[in-house]
Design a protein around this ligand. Structure first.
Ligand SMILES: CC(=O)N[C@H]1[C@@H](OP(=O)(O)O)O[C@H](CO)[C@@H](O)[C@@H]1O
Ligand SMILES: [Mg+2]
Length: 508
């Protein structure tokens, strides 16, 4: 461990340039084993840097039910990763083992694409073995597949494997669809692990049911380079080399396939993005409509972050009357909040999201599907809702499951992508990054919508925002990159760009 380097368990675990990071991975192996002992259950370790460039890598821990590592352990992870060597010796001498610890490990991203994954996974295994852990290395998986497999394993299905995942979601999708999807969907897999996995899932469903065309499968392009969900969302343009046709459905995953966004061209060949906000709106209105049709009374909520487009929030609150909550960035916060609703739909604007339903509500919906006191229409809506919820990976945002869910809703509503994108029109927006000497001096509050420190920054932002109609802007230090992120939206693209630039200068 280099003396002068400090790392921290950020928005999604440790992440950074892969070289010299072995000690972090080794220590996370140790921590995973320790947590496994405490929980008396298997713990997941994911080796990935998601949408970041190929030379980066990262590691995150997954708790027994497939949820993110408990926040109380994040500071422990940071302390362990930064401990000078003698302290590590002390940690190694920590008290007696409780049972046999067991960790799951998925190395993701094909060897030649993220070359560091092999040695870094090895470091995790070594660290875990030092604590006597039994390790199950599942090889290449998407992040959500690992969450799913871990949750099934700890639920008692110790033989669960990747195939189980495909069978489960392929049959759920087929059960929901009454007729095949008529037009194809093209999916940019960011040259990541999602390409091979989506191909397998599509095979299990069958090309006669849905035609999924995989683009950027990693055969030639580089991981996340000029492609993938983050690129398309931030650049607001198609992945390089993709020849688009108006009204065709296109989607992008990120490198570890936990983000999904859609896009298309309108009749004037304008690029139209359907991001996490629009997927959330589609899911939530579909659920709400079916709850109503089934006469089931449940509390439905949507959870967003400050990055949600202002018009998506307006649409959901004012036109659809759906309850909304806002949390800081990072799916762990959104997921936690979603669980406070009977049914929680959460999405980051960048396309990471899922739906959570508590078991009691799930039972209520299933029972309604067979309730003789309900009308045939009510029972039908309840059944549809149950089948729809079956294609959702409730443990975490899952690009493959979310793709199937979108496709199923569009088909059921007989909607093309046009009806979907027209539910509301986004305010033009811009995201920017500012490199500063120390981003950590910026502290935020109110779910990151306001800067608290340095104290002169928020008044400066307020003054700039006032100059632009429908203006809104906020800044926050990134939890995954050494930058301060700036978000701005306004009535025109020019104004949004301008506002983002002015605020960036204020930050600098
Ligand atoms: C604006 C943005 O997209 N931020 C992303 C990014 O976090 P930052 O803390 O902004 O670097 O990576 C996170 C992990 O993938 C994701 O949860 C989050 O939404
Ligand atoms: Mg990801």
């Amino acid at each position: 461990k280099p003396d002068n380097v400090r790392v921290s368990y950020g928005t999604a675990g440790f992440r950074g340039n892969a070289s010299g990071m072995e000690y972090v991975f080794f220590r996370m192996g140790m921590l995973a084993a320790l947590r496994s002992k405490l929980k008396e259950a298997a713990i997941g370790v994911m080796v990935t840097a998601s949408h970041n460039p190929e030379h980066d890598n990262g590691v995150k821990l997954i708790d027994p039910q497939g949820e993110m590592l408990a926040q109380s352990w994040e500071s422990l992870a940071t302390a362990l990763a930064n401990a000078p060597f003698p302290i590590v010796q002390e940690v190694l001498a920590l008290p007696e083992k409780i049972g046999t610890p067991c960790i799951f490990l998925a190395k993701i991203i094909i060897k030649n694409l993220r070359p560091s994954s092999l040695s870094l996974s090895r470091a995790v295994l070594d660290g875990a073995s030092a604590f006597g852990a039994t390790c199950h290395d599942h090889g290449l998986l998407t992040t959500p597949q690992l969450h799913y497999i871990l949750a099934c394993y700890n639920g008692g299905d110790i033989k669960v494997d990747e195939e189980h995942y495909y069978q489960n979601y392929a049959s759920a999708f087929k059960a929901l669809l009454n007729v095949p999807v008529t037009s194809p969907v093209t999916v940019d897999c960011a040259n990541g692990v999602g390409a091979a996995k989506l191909t397998k899932l599509a095979e299990r469903i069958g090309a006669n049911i849905i035609d999924i065309v995989v683009y950027n499968d990693g055969q030639s392009g580089k991981l996340n380079e000029n492609c993938g969900a983050d690129y398309v969302k931030v650049q607001q343009r198609a992945p390089a080399g993709l020849n688009m046709e108006p009204f065709h459905r296109y989607a992008s995953f990120d490198g570890d396939a936990d983000r999904l966004i859609y896009y298309t061209l309108d009749s004037d060949c304008n690029f139209i993005l359907l991001d996490g906000d629009k997927i959330a709106a589609l899911f939530a209105t579909y659920i709400r409509d079916n709850l109503k049709k089934a006469s089931i009374n449940l509390r439905l909520g949507i959870i967003q972050t400050a990055y949600a487009n202002g018009n998506s929030t307006n649409f959901l609150i004012n036109q659809q009357n759906i309850e909304i909550a806002c949390t800081p960035t990072g799916v762990k916060y959104l997921h936690e909040k979603a669980l406070t609703f009977d049914i929680g739909v959460y999405f980051e604007a960048n396309g990471h999201g899922t739906i959570t339903v508590n078991q009691e509500c799930k039972n209520k919906i299933s029972a309604a599907a067979f309730d003789p006191n309900k009308s045939a229409e009510e029972r039908f809506a309840a059944k549809k809702l149950k089948l729809f919820l079956d294609i959702i990976n409730q443990t975490v945002g899952d690009a493959m499951c979310d793709l199937l869910a979108v496709e199923a809703i569009l088909q059921d509503k007989n909607w093309s992508v046009k009806e979907w994108y027209r539910i509301y029109t986004e305010l033009p927006n811009r995201q920017a990054k500012v490199q500063v000497a120390d981003r950590r001096i910026i502290e935020t509050g109110d779910a990151e919508r306001k800067v608290i420190l340095p104290s002169m920054l928020q008044p400066a932002i307020d003054e700039l925002v006032r100059k632009y109609p429908s203006g809104r802007s906020f800044v926050r230090p990134s939890g995954t990159e050494d930058v301060v992120r700036v978000y701005a939206e306004a009535n025109t693209q020019e104004n949004a760009d301008d506002l983002a630039q002015q605020v960036s200068l204020a930050v600098y």
